[in-house]
Design a protein around this ligand. Structure first.
Ligand SMILES: [Zn+2]
Ligand SMILES: [Zn+2]
Length: 258
């Protein structure tokens, strides 16, 4: 049975370290993260922000292998038109760019804009992908993603605070194999971002409830991503905090198979 091969190209919220242009220009650092993005099976990119090409270069991956880009929303840290254009430029056939059905965006040369309707499954190569509404800035057309291949399932929920009712309801008994969850805010209470991002206290509650409804189970790999280093303890401390509620902390360059 073929599984997913996931590479985290970036795991940051948008508080990028200036060291990404100097000390960490050609390498990854767990506390100087790049913009959130994952590469699936070497050819499907989820989000393409300002650092996706840097990360591909550091990992020695060819951008010509990318066939589809699935965009969670149009904020700059997830959608970088210039980088998408650069990928499209090296391709003989049009690059497919998947966005929420109602997203408003300009055309990009050699890019075919494809639209996904929320809560409807769309076949994207070997992946079956469903966008789900996300509690995030409406003007960026946000969506979480449920990505299936054969009997494996990934839930990718960056960016968004908590889960909206229709998304939550469609996750009952989902038995997700890999959940990648927004963890912009660290382990403290009172942050103002409650209705757009998660904090560690929120994730403690969410993960327990997701278990109650069978969305996740003891076999689910849970990774926290979209981490704002300026709102968190250093990576190693966050790893300890997350471990206590059954989650792992993603970092740039991390490769996992599910
Ligand atoms: Zn973001
Ligand atoms: Zn955002």
């Amino acid at each position: 049975m073929k599984g997913f091969k996931i590479t985290f190209l970036g795991t940051c919220a948008c508080d990028f370290s200036p060291k990404l242009n100097t000390e960490f220009k050609d390498k990854f650092d767990n506390d100087a993260r790049r913009a959130s993005s994952i590469l699936i099976n070497e050819k499907y990119l989820v989000d393409c922000g300002p650092h996706a090409l840097d990360s591909m270069r550091i990992l020695n991956k060819g951008i010509d292998e990318i066939e589809d880009i699935i965009i969670t929303h149009l904020h700059d840290d997830h959608f970088d038109k210039d980088n998408i254009a650069k990928i499209a430029l090296v391709k003989d056939t049009p690059l497919r760019l998947w966005v929420r059905e109602d997203a408003v965006l300009e055309s990009i040369p050699n890019v075919e804009i494809k639209r996904m309707r929320l809560l409807e499954k769309t076949q994207i190569g070997e992946l079956c992908v469903m966008g789900m509404s996300a509690n995030h800035d409406k003007s960026a057309y946000p969506q979480h993603l449920l990505i299936e291949m054969e009997d494996k399932k990934i839930f990718y929920g960056c960016d968004g605070g908590w889960l909206l009712n229709d998304t939550y309801n469609s996750l009952w008994h989902a038995e997700i194999d890999l959940a990648v969850l927004d963890c912009t805010v660290g382990d403290y209470e009172g942050d103002y971002r409650l209705a757009e991002h998660n904090s560690i206290p929120m994730l403690r509650l969410m993960i327990a409830s997701l278990k109650t409804i069978g969305a996740i189970n003891e076999k689910t790999k849970i990774y926290l991503s979209h981490i704002a280093p300026s709102l968190h303890a250093p990576h190693e401390k966050t790893v300890e905090l997350a471990d206590a509620f059954g989650a792992s902390v993603a970092y740039d360059g991390l490769k996992i198979e599910v």
